[in-house]
Ligand binder design. Structure first.
Ligand SMILES: Nc1ncnc2c1ncn2[C@@H]1O[C@H](COP(=O)(O)OP(=O)(O)OP(=O)(O)O)[C@@H](O)[C@H]1O
Length: 459
């Protein structure tokens, strides 16, 4: 069994909230007459992170993520519960926390290094690498109070990732630096993850969570809402966010497999749309056991959200001959396919936009578009109308299995009426030329070589 790097057991955190600052003083002077209100920022959170794993933490603003990370990093104590950490933690929690504003960047590197348990010699050995990574030039010898927020994060990140931590905790800090720096951070974090360190990564960036993390948790209103694969947690997160926007939020996460029809029962629709599964054409017999497995797993992971003013009632892939490709299509490399989306309107719409993504196993969006971007405008729609939309595109993809996300939103409000993740899974076969595809997508390309002959040496 994997060694556990972080164990969080039944952790809760209660803050006191005072109506005004004087109330805090009154509490000290007149104990027993406190006007403070208790606020539980975290309630009964438990999870474990095995050594070497990268755990993504997602949740809306104020859900308790920073509080949780600060408790794990040891800068806050839990009110109840326990945290056990095996290894040295380097945390990038709040911008500039741990930096003394009067010290120069150089002095802060040494100050922080010592706080993290490194010897003077160890920091001296690492200093050049830290300064190179931060890349803030002469500012390294200026007081950090003169830094821009970008410089701050550069130095903080450079220190955090170069002190040989066993556990790295990163809270959203990557969003502050410029794009070049963000890329450098991601590369460095990947290298650290591959070297076997344990990472906790808080971000609102779904694709960063999906690409960087091996698993994820979602905190909502201070409670553990869901946990699992990054892709599934992001799907649950997006579903909750949409439902909260539409005032449809459930108190608890819903089952994600067979309960799709009932997951929007509170919809304000006047003419109630039928309870539907995400539509797959089921009449064609499945071809093999692996196909059956793929279908079962699709069904388990499919997730649906939206206000149901219109519903996607048909999703089919057609092969290069425009023939139905089956429930779990197996398609050729670069095959031209047609995605057919059938829509039924249940309440009037001020026009709509329908789109799709082809996602890889981690949920990264590889191909996608929508009717608006393709210059196809769909005008006002009345209840009862039905539409069939076709996207035709090629699949220049690496061999493997992919899923389709299909969605529609109302034109002017941009409110989603139906969004189905993992609506359908399909396989892409290797190219029959024998060419090996290493990247996610293969582009046709021209290659040439100019070989310069070495001058003939006459002896
Ligand atoms: N020191 C504190 N005293 C009182 N309440 C606090 C304190 N720190 C945090 N809170 C409250 O606890 C809740 C959780 O805050 P936290 O910063 O952990 O959320 P978050 O998920 O990290 O949010 P964000 O994504 O905006 O950073 C919030 O309602 C916040 O106001």
């Amino acid at each position: 069994m994997n060694e556990i790097a972080i164990s969080v057991k039944n952790v809760s955190k209660c803050f006191k909230k005072y109506p005004h600052p004087v109330a805090r003083l009154q509490e000290i002077l007149l104990p027993g007459k406190s006007k403070a209100e208790e606020f539980w920022a975290l309630q009964d959170i438990s999870f474990e992170v095995p050594k070497g794993e990268t755990l993504g933490v997602v949740g809306r603003n104020g859900s308790g993520k920073s509080t949780l990370l600060q408790i794990i990093a040891g800068t806050l104590t839990p009110t109840t519960g326990a945290v056990q950490v095996n290894g040295r933690i380097s945390a990038l929690l709040e911008l500039g926390s741990g930096f003394n504003p009067e010290f120069t960047g150089r002095q802060n590197v040494f100050f922080n290094g010592r706080l993290l348990g490194l010897s003077q010699k160890e920091i001296e050995d690492k200093f050049d690498e830290i300064a190179r990574f931060a890349d803030i030039g002469e500012f390294i010898d200026q007081p950090v109070k003169t830094y821009s927020s970008g410089m701050f994060v550069r130095l903080a990140f450079a220190v955090a990732v170069n002190v040989d931590p066993d556990i790295l905790i990163v809270d959203e800090a990557l969003a502050v630096g410029d794009i070049v720096f963000q890329h450098r951070c991601i590369r460095r974090m990947r290298a650290l993850m591959e070297s076997g360190i344990t990472t906790l990564f808080v971000s609102h960036d779904a694709s960063a969570i999906k690409t960087l993390c091996s698993s994820a948790i979602m905190v909502h209103d201070g409670k553990m809402y869901t946990s699992g694969s990054p892709n599934q947690v992001i799907i649950d997160y997006m579903k909750l966010v949409t439902e909260l926007e539409l005032n449809l939020a459930p108190d608890k996460p819903e089952l994600r497999s067979d309960d799709l029809p009932s997951d929007l029962d509170n919809s304000p629709a006047t003419e109630v749309p039928p309870e539907v599964e995400p539509v797959r054409e089921c009449s064609t017999p499945v071809e093999s056991e692996s196909v059956i497995e793929a279908n079962e797993s699709t069904k388990k992971k499919a997730a649906r959200r939206g206000n149901r003013k219109a519903l996607i009632e048909e999703i089919k892939l057609l092969d290069q001959f425009e023939e139905y490709a089956g429930e779990v299509p197996i398609l050729g490399f670069n095959e031209e396919v047609t995605l057919l989306i059938g829509l039924k309107v249940y309440e009037p719409l001020q026009g709509c936009i329908v789109g799709f993504y082809v996602c890889d196993k981690n949920g990264n969006e590889i191909i996608g578009s929508n009717t608006f971007e393709e210059d196809l405008r769909i005008g006002k729609l009345e209840a009862g109308e039905e539409l069939q939309i076709k996207f035709r595109f090629k699949l220049p993809l690496r061999t493997g299995s992919y899923s389709l996300t299909v969605a529609g939103s109302e034109n002017y409000s941009s409110i989603t009426f139906d969004w189905i993740d993992n609506a359908l899974v399909f396989q892409v076969l290797p190219p029959n030329t024998g060419k090996q595809i290493y990247a996610l997508v293969d582009q046709p390309m021209a290659v040439s070589v100019i070989q310069k002959k070495l001058p003939v040496v006459v002896s």
